[in-house]
Design a protein around this ligand. Structure first.
Ligand SMILES: [Zn+2]
Length: 460
């Protein structure tokens, strides 16, 4: 069987793959620092040349910020196209003194490759390049069409990617997108992330008197914006922790029985989590497990609150202003814009008449849910099973991944395959970031299998 030949070749090439990845990891492509601008470009050029070397058509595109590498090989008119997304930029390495070996001198220890970017994301997107290389070497052809998009601004919020995608919508057209920029559920429990929470991030400002006042001279007649603010905030949630905003839950899609079963079967320890957080008890939503509450149910949290005097000593003041920031994590099919409107209506109604209120929506992100019944998702299940030797679990993430929303919206794609090859303890964004060499190999195998599985699922 062809896949066996390919897996054998991946094994025998392993040392070379690691050597090549080390070259890329040695380039300090820290996108946030202007003094690394040249290094960021050097990393882009390295990826560009590598894509060309393995037989892809490739070019660098300027975006107004750091360049994007676009590569493709689309030999088959009537076969599906997979778009692979990755990023070649990395987080700063500070605090460097906490690294056991220098962050940009990639080092192998105990089966792990240590370097900034090893897992996030150079090591992970590189698996697709190696998979393509080996398929072309063994078969001389690709089973499907492939497009590669590797950007250099992910770690700074992809400020230029939206405009770039819109301009190149046709060029990037695909039937599915694969993103390996995350992790398995835990070691040897590979996962497909099929749900991401969205976000509605709000700011409330309460205005009282035009200036700060002496609470002795004016207390009793001047309305206090902090008193008003805390009374509003206190009514955002019910005593049982559920959210009190009318209509908030109306569009929430209920968890399906298979999801609850799948989540219940995950190797998740509430005790370990409590120990890690230093908590005696968690505050999960009534009727839902901790894992369900932290990934698949909506939330409301006050993230910051200000007003008056909180410095050392005493200052008995009635402040002119007080404010708070509130974030709500959303689940399908809540829309950030609708939730922001419900929030605004509710707090406006709660606000005492003697003060004035301003509510601003600071940021919104749509929740994402990918149907596991899509043929491309089932293809990914089989590919990971082949590559890792075990079937993946289906998980939801509590956070948002802005680029996923961007790609989904601009390219109008349903089949978004979030296939993290890393591990939760790889130390992404932290000192001593690493990528397991066995995950690296299994990632290449899975990526290779994915190209064939997408061919058989969608070309039959
Ligand atoms: Zn990343």
């Amino acid at each position: 069987m062809r896949l066996t030949d390919i897996f054998q070749k991946i094994d025998s090439n392993h040392d070379r793959y690691v050597r090549e990845l080390k070259e890329l990891l040695a380039i300090p492509s820290v996108s946030t620092y202007s003094h690394h601008r040249g290094d960021v470009r050097r990393a882009a050029e390295w990826v560009l040349n590598h894509c060309k070397r393995i037989g892809l058509e490739a070019r660098l595109e300027d975006t107004g910020g750091h360049p994007v590498v676009i590569a493709s090989r689309c030999p088959h008119q009537n076969r599906p196209t997979l778009l692979v997304y990755g990023h070649y930029d990395v987080q700063p390495a500070e605090p460097e003194e906490e690294w056991n070996t220098a962050p940009f001198q990639p080092t192998v220890r105990d089966g792990f490759l240590y370097a900034r970017g090893a897992s996030d994301d150079k090591g992970q997107f590189f698996t697709y390049l190696k998979a393509l290389e080996v398929i072309l070497a063994v078969t001389g052809d690709l089973p499907i069409n492939v497009k590669i998009l590797v950007e250099g601004e992910e770690e700074i919020g992809s400020p230029h990617l939206g405009a770039f995608l819109k301009k190149n919508r046709e060029l990037l057209r695909a039937d599915a997108i694969a993103i390996s920029d995350g992790s398995q559920f835990s070691e040897d429990v590979p996962a497909i992330t099929y749900g991401l929470r969205g976000l509605s991030y709000m700011q409330i400002t309460v205005q009282g008197p035009r200036t700060d006042l002496h609470s002795g001279s004016f207390g009793g007649i001047a309305p206090n914006p902090i008193n008003a603010l805390v009374s509003i905030l206190a009514q955002l949630k019910n005593p049982d922790g559920t959210i009190a905003i009318p209509g908030f839950y109306d569009t929430v899609a209920p968890l399906e029985p298979w999801e609850r079963e799948a989540m219940g079967a995950l190797p998740f320890s509430e005790e370990k989590l409590k120990a890690y957080l230093g908590l005696e008890r968690l505050c999960e939503e009534p009727g839902y497990s901790a894992l369900e509450s932290k990934t698949a149910r909506p939330t409301l949290d006050i993230n910051g609150i200000w007003g008056g005097f909180s410095g050392e000593g005493a200052k008995t003041v009635i402040p002119a202003k007080a404010g708070a920031k509130v974030s709500m994590r959303l689940v399908p099919h809540q829309k950030p814009r609708d939730i922001a409107a419900l929030f605004t209506q509710y707090v406006t109604r709660l606000c005492p008449k003697e003060v004035s209120l301003q509510v601003n929506a600071l940021h919104g992100a749509e929740p994402v849910l990918v149907s596991r019944d899509l043929p491309q998702v089932q293809a990914a299940v089989r590919a990971i099973h082949a590559g890792f030797g075990v079937a993946p679990v289906f998980i939801r993430e509590g956070g948002s991944i802005p680029i996923v929303n961007l790609l989904k919206e601009v390219l109008e794609l349903e089949a978004i395959l979030l296939l993290g090859w890393g591990r939760p303890d790889d130390g992404a964004h932290a000192p001593n970031e690493r990528f397991s060499l066995s995950d690296f190999k299994k990632g290449i195998r899975s990526a290779a299998a994915l190209f064939f599985e997408l061919h058989s699922c969608c070309c039959a």
